[in-house]
Write a protein that binds this ligand. Sequence first.
Ligand SMILES: Nc1nc2c(c(=O)[nH]1)N[C@H]1C(S)=C(S)[C@@H](COP(=O)(O)O)O[C@H]1N2
Ligand SMILES: [Mo]
Length: 235
Amino acid sequence: MPGRPERPRSAELDGTPVGRRVVLGLLGLGAVGVVTGSTVQQGLSRALAPVQMRDPTGLSQYIPIGNTFRYYSVAGAIDSVDAASYSLAVSGLVATPTTYTLADLRSLPQAAITEDFHCVTGWRVEDVPWTGVRLAHLLDLASPSPEAVAIRFRSFDGVYTENMTLEQARDDVLVALTMYGEPVTHYHGGPVRIYAAPMYGYKSTKWLSEIELTDRTIPGYWEDRGYPLDGIIGE
Ligand SMILES: Nc1nc2c(c(=O)[nH]1)N[C@H]1C(S)=C(S)[C@@H](COP(=O)(O)O)O[C@H]1N2
Ligand SMILES: [Mo]
C-alpha cells in the first residue's frame, strides 16, 4: 500500500486500523485544523530530523501520508503558556486535589518512553522519545476515591477534552514534559501534554490543563464525533 514504506513493527500494524474510514470521513468535513505557517515549518523540520536520519534516501518526506508529525489543533491557534505561568490541576473524585506548577512536575520522578506515534488518520512517526511523570504516579499522589473509574482530560485551548479509564491510565501514559530530549514545544502541546503510548494520537491531549477523576467515562471531543472510546492502536 503506498504511503507505508516502513516495515510494520508488529503484526497488528499490517491491517488498516479500524476507525480509519470513520476518520477519513470526518476529514472531509474539515473538522481537523492543521496549523500552518513559518513557525510551524521550523518546528516541523526539527521533528523531522530524527526520521530523516533513518531515511538516507530522503524519499519519505515526499510521501503524502508518511512518517512526519502533523500539528493538530481543533481550536485553531492557541496562546502559548510559558513555564512560569503553567499549572495543572488534578481534581474531581480524589482525596487530595492538587495543582502542580511546571517546576513541581519537573521535581517528581521522570519516566521515559520511546515508541511509534500513530495518528488514527494513518500517519505514524517511528521511535519518538518522551519523558515526563507517569500518570499513575500523579494518581497515587491524588488518592482516587473508591467511586472514581475514569479520567477526563482538559486542555487550556478551552475546547479539547479526552478520556480514559483509570486502568488504562496506569499503563504507559506520561504527563509528558519532553519530546526528543527537549521541552515539548508549543505546537506539540507544550509545556505539558499527555502521551498515551498504547493509544492513537487523539488520546494524547495537548496543552494539558486538568486531570479530572470521574465516576464514568465521559466521551471527549473526538468521541463525540465518532472516534472509538478506547482508541487502542491496532484495535
Ligand atoms: N488539545 C488538543 N490535543 C490534541 C489534538 C488537538 O487538536 N487539540 N489533536 C490530537 C490528535 S488527533 C493527534 S494525532 C495528536 C497530534 O499531536 P501533534 O500535534 O503533536 O502532532 O494530538 C492530539 N491531541
Ligand atoms: Mo490524530
